[in-house]
Design a protein around this ligand. Structure first.
Ligand SMILES: Cc1cc2nc3c(=O)[nH]c(=O)nc-3n(C[C@H](O)[C@H](O)[C@H](O)COP(=O)(O)OP(=O)(O)OC[C@H]3O[C@@H](n4cnc5c(N)ncnc54)[C@H](O)[C@@H]3O)c2cc1C
Length: 310
């Protein structure tokens, strides 16, 4: 068995990557198939994911748009109740941030609303593969509907005033933590999540070293009797798990795996939600293993965005 420390990583590199690379990189965490990433693998991976309806992968990239439209068009957009979007009125229109999934599903539901068509048409133009099977060429915006859409890139988002920055800046963080921590994190509903799957991952395979990985419990010091007891429980469990895999599937064998099991999870949300998460998950009332990763993460976020994390 492997025992590792918990950790986290703000996904800065993916912020600079293209949409499909971002989606692939997050999506492969479920299968732990990162070794299959090549310079050409992102597009086919994302197409397959979209075809198979693994829609939560499509939540892992957001697009921010500036839409120049009339007050009536803005109202028409709000009337369709665009869920999972962040929308703000700005000087001559609106600022809209949504994930690829939210744009896909909004178009399917309300593609006849001019600002929706204009935005999806704009994104489709640069990334047709993201809307395959969804984009039907549009409904033909009427005269008088003239709407201008432009992309607000990350650099520009970072320059927004604090109240808009907090709503439109999405940050992804990859955690390597135990299953008890992931179980708690996923209660934060406004976030998108992708998590290593114990159904798809067969830890008896070579790529996992034919071993189960556990997170070192912060409660027990190495060298103590308690730590020795914990270690024995993990070793015994691993042995039983591997034995069960000889005759059954990972989803059946995983029923014996404990909370200490190592899990990778990507949490993706805006700064408003990160602030809310830190307010709940860094206090003395929070679970200590959760605080172990959230306290340093909160400090790092505060350093990056002092105007938001006051
Ligand atoms: C110390 C601690 C102990 C806990 N103990 C337990 C426990 O014993 N049992 C248990 O089941 N859970 C427990 N939880 C989890 C807790 O109940 C929440 O589910 C979790 O913290 C998510 O927080 P949240 O609901 O405030 O916000 P999130 O889900 O992060 O949502 C963020 C914000 O979005 C809004 N929002 C999201 N969804 C809705 C909605 N459907 N309706 C209205 N507003 C919404 C709210 O404004 C909310 O503040 C505990 C959490 C902590 C921090």
């Amino acid at each position: 068995m492997h025992v590792v420390d918990p950790s986290y990583e703000i996904q800065d590199e993916l912020d600079q990557a293209s949409l499909v690379i971002r989606l692939e990189s997050c999506g492969r965490i479920c299968y732990k198939s990162e070794e299959k990433i090549t310079k050409d693998s992102a597009l086919p991976f994302v197409k397959k994911i979209a075809e198979h309806g693994h829609n939560s992968v499509m939540e892992m990239a957001v697009v921010t748009l500036r839409v120049h439209c009339s007050a009536e068009q803005f109202d028409a957009f709000l009337l369709v109740k665009p869920t999972y979007f962040f929308v703000d009125r700005v000087a001559d229109g609106m600022l809209v941030t949504g994930s690829i999934r939210s744009f896909r599903e909004l178009y399917q539901r309300a593609g006849n609303i001019a600002p929706v068509e204009a935005m999806v048409s704009f994104i489709t133009h640069g990334h047709p593969y993201l809307f395959e099977g969804v984009w039907d060429g549009g409904h033909g915006l009427s005269i008088g509907d003239s709407i201008e859409v432009s992309k607000v890139d990350l650099q520009e988002v970072e320059m927004l005033p604090a109240h808009l920055l907090a709503r439109h800046r999405f940050c992804g963080v990859k955690f390597i933590v135990n299953r008890a921590v992931t179980h708690e994190i996923v209660r934060h509903r406004p976030c998108s999540f992708l998590q290593e799957s114990q159904r798809y991952c067969r830890y008896s395979q070579d790529k996992f070293g034919s071993q189960v990985t556990f997170i070192k419990p912060m409660f027990y010091q190495e060298g103590t009797e308690e730590y020795a007891l914990w270690k024995k429980a993990m070793e015994d469990t691993e042995q039983i798990y591997l034995q069960l895999l000889e005759t059954s599937t990972p989803q059946a064998a995983r029923t014996v795996l404990p909370n200490s099991c190592k899990t990778e999870i990507v949490v993706y949300c805006n700064l408003v939600e990160w602030k809310h998460i830190f307010s709940l998950r860094t206090t003395p009332a929070a679970e200590p293993s959760m605080r172990e990763v959230m306290i340093p993460l909160a400090a790092e976020m505060k350093e990056r965005y002092p105007a938001v994390f006051v």
